[in-house]
Design a protein around this ligand. Structure first.
Ligand code: ADP
Ligand code: MG
Length: 353
């Protein structure tokens, strides 16, 4: 019994609205097996309560007909999938700007930004990255471009920054502009000026997605961002542990302030467990369990995916060949593909990831 088998069985269940099977309808996410337990999310937005319970029942019935001893845990997700596409008058060539935020530093925001961008890119979406962590820009290192400087072009008499390109993705970062030790002295107005330049004085090509890696917390950069452009939404990254969740709730609250009003796309739980290479069936929950779900429930949203602790992710971050593309990619790609798929689903884009 494996996930492929289960997926095949779930294909026997039809979506009451589309008439297609529920797997092709993209409403099954987070499918995972843990010993004798099967977990998955069923996105049931738009269905009435009898359709929901019938769908739930059919899934369990189909699976237990083949695997009677398996405990099937279905989590019904009622999220509004259709986050509307915002009007971006200032940057009409960019369809979706998605911010990746967190409460604390070190939880893996930049890692998630980079590998999610690569997953979207691999799925055929034109994707760029804006590293808005002005104090601690780590994306140039993660993408092997540290020490590089962007060119400046003059367009209609105005100087414009040309993004550098990493693995096919245009990229701008404070790390390309000044030395890291200079960044710490910057204050509010300077910061907001730089954020504006990164959006408006940069020659962004046509993009489906611009992923914005935020600094931790809820400061000036976050405010300038929402004052400068219309975001499609924000993804909040947390680790499973309580202290990270408590801080992440603050970040989530900030996006939901009436004056800010940025939709929450969902939560990514990073460092969810550790699995030793020599013992792939074991999971050690080093930072506890359930933090991502707790944050998602608090924010009335869902977990887009969980990323395990994998040595290749740390190495990829340090040596400029991101985990999505490095020698441990087999272990890493499924997690980020899942997050990409769930993100797309949330903004009503169907893909064949
Ligand atoms: N799932 C993971 N497995 C292993 N190392 C990770 C993982 N996520 C992040 N890291 C490492 O942890 C450190 C902090 O991650 P980073 O993405 O820079 O966090 P943030 O941007 O939130 O400060 C980096 O060295 C990164 O490579
Ligand atoms: Mg970072």
């Amino acid at each position: 019994m494996d996930i492929q088998e289960i997926t095949k069985i779930l294909k026997n269940v039809l979506h009451p609205k589309t008439g297609k099977d529920i797997v092709s309808s993209d409403i099954v996410t987070q499918l995972r097996l843990e010993e004798n337990n099967l977990f998955f999310n069923l996105h049931v937005f738009g269905l009435n309560s009898s359709e929901k319970s019938e769908l739930h029942f059919k899934c369990v019935q189909e699976i237990n007909a083949i695997y009677p001893a398996l405990n099937v845990h279905v989590h019904l997700v009622n999220d509004k999938i259709s986050i509307p596409v915002p009007d971006n008058n200032l940057l009409p060539q960019i369809k979706h700007i998605i911010a990746v935020g967190s409460g604390k530093g070190g939880v893996g925001k930049s890692t998630v930004s980079v590998n999610l961008a690569l997953a979207l890119s691999a799925a055929g979406f034109k994707t760029g990255i804006l590293d808005a962590d002005l104090y601690g820009p780590s994306i140039p290192t993660m993408l092997g471009l540290s020490g590089k400087r962007p060119e400046v072009d003059t367009v209609n008499g105005q100087p414009k920054i040309k993004p550098l390109v990493a693995f096919g993705m245009p990229l701008i970062s404070m790390g390309f502009i000044i030395e890291p030790e200079q960044a710490v002295v910057m204050r509010g107005p300077r910061l907001s000026g730089i954020i504006k330049q990164f959006f408006l004085d940069t020659l962004w090509p046509e993009l489906d997605f611009l992923i914005v890696d935020l600094p931790p917390g809820t400061g000036d950069v976050q405010l300038s961002l929402v004052q400068t452009v219309q975001l499609t939404g924000a993804i909040i990254v947390t680790t499973p542990q309580e202290v990270a969740v408590v801080d992440a709730i603050k970040a989530l609250n900030m996006f939901q302030l009436p004056s800010v009003n940025v939709p929450i796309i969902g939560v990514v739980e990073n460092m969810s467990w550790f699995t030793p290479v020599e013992n792939p069936d074991r999971k050690y929950f080093l930072f506890g369990q359930g933090g991502g779900q707790k944050l998602a429930s608090y924010g009335n949203t869902n977990v887009l995916g969980q990323v395990p602790l994998i040595q290749g992710i740390r190495e990829g971050g340090d040596n400029g060949l991101p985990a999505y593309l490095n020698q441990q990619a087999d272990l890493i790609q499924p997690a980020f593909n899942e997050i990409a798929k769930a993100t797309l689903l949330k903004i009503n884009i169907h893909s064949n990831i």
